[in-house]
Design a binder for this molecule. Structure first.
Ligand code: NI
Length: 172
């Protein structure tokens, strides 16, 4: 077992732009495995490496729990090469526990990257899969879903966060 600590807002590592992965060594393989375990344990449907404090371009996701199908996807150096359409979907994030909000995203994306064997892969995604890929790739750019909210959503987040912090302070 290798459960990793999930960094939460406003940890500065969440604002770092992740570095490309040029060599798939033991560290990267173990990181991918531990990230998958951490995501399942949370539980969550996606996780980016910055969220466990490693600013490298690596994401894991699995929609099985939400959609009843799928499986573990490990993607290195993911990149959106085509995007179209739009949808609005309620998002949350393991790094911003307790806050959910609707975010505008592309409804269709084509993402390319590499798997752990270093092979190029391309994913044609729509709906929730497209949303999760965009959310996780944003993490690699140091971007969070709250950045994509309008002024009202951002204000709601500020209030909620203030309240959560007060509750935490009261507990400690
Ligand atoms: Ni997230």
């Amino acid at each position: 077992m290798g459960l990793l600590k999930i960094r939460t807002y406003p940890d500065p590592v969440l604002r770092e732009r992740a570095e490309p992965i040029h060599r798939i060594d033991g560290f990267i393989k173990k990181l991918a495995k531990d990230m998958a375990e951490t995501m399942y344990a949370a539980p969550g449907i996606g996780l980016a490496a910055n969220q466990v404090g490693v600013p490298k371009r690596l994401i894991v996701l699995d929609l099985r729990e939400r959609e009843g199908q799928g499986g573990l996807v490990v993607l290195l150096n993911p990149e959106i090469i085509k995007a179209s359409g739009s949808l609005r979907h309620e998002e949350g994030c393991l790094s911003i526990p307790g806050f959910y909000a609707k975010v505008n995203r592309y409804s269709d994306v084509v993402v390319k990257g590499q798997n752990l064997e270093g092979e190029d892969i391309e994913i044609n995604a729509t709906g929730l899969l497209a949303v999760v890929l965009q959310h996780e790739i944003d993490h690699l750019e140091g971007r969070l879903f709250i950045d994509r909210l309008g002024p009202v959503g951002k204000e709601l987040f500020r209030r909620k966060w203030r309240k959560l912090r007060e509750t935490e302070d009261a507990v400690q």
